[in-house]
Design a protein around this ligand. Structure first.
Ligand SMILES: [Zn+2]
Length: 126
């Protein structure tokens, strides 16, 4: 898988610590109640600094995707979680041609191109 991410940012350090425990989280604002991704110290909706991580289901669907064919093909995708936020990620599949917009997916935690664990998604029945 090809993802590389910035992990030493103080705003996202706890997010990545949770990923190491196979937990997916998004940012949640205690001021306005909105969720956001990636997690930030300041809410992007109301600018409150009363934000925290919120564990999420890891279920979602493919909003858009692209098959990257340079080298071993892989699928770069925007996945919208049930909670309403979208994240740039990879779809892990042996059949990239079978991916479609609206496809149901579920989170999996796998090593990215930098060798560290990252949230990616696999096709899901529900
Ligand atoms: Zn807010």
């Amino acid at each position: 898988m090809k993802m590389t991410v910035q992990r030493d940012n103080p705003e996202t350090r706890e997010f990545w610590a949770r990923v190491e425990r196979d937990e997916l989280s998004v940012g949640h604002c205690n001021g306005c109640g909105e969720v956001h991704y990636y997690p930030r110290a300041i809410c992007p909706f109301c600018f409150s600094d009363d934000t925290a991580l919120k564990a999420v289901s890891g279920r979602g669907e493919v909003l858009s995707y692209s098959i990257i064919s340079r080298g071993e093909p892989y699928v770069l995708a925007l996945v919208t979680l049930e909670e309403g936020v979208s994240m740039l990620t990879n779809i892990v599949t042996d059949d990239p041609g079978a991916v479609f917009c609206g496809m149901k997916v579920a989170v999996t935690f796998q090593d990215g191109a930098d060798g560290a664990k990252a949230p990616m998604f696999v096709p899901s029945a529900n």
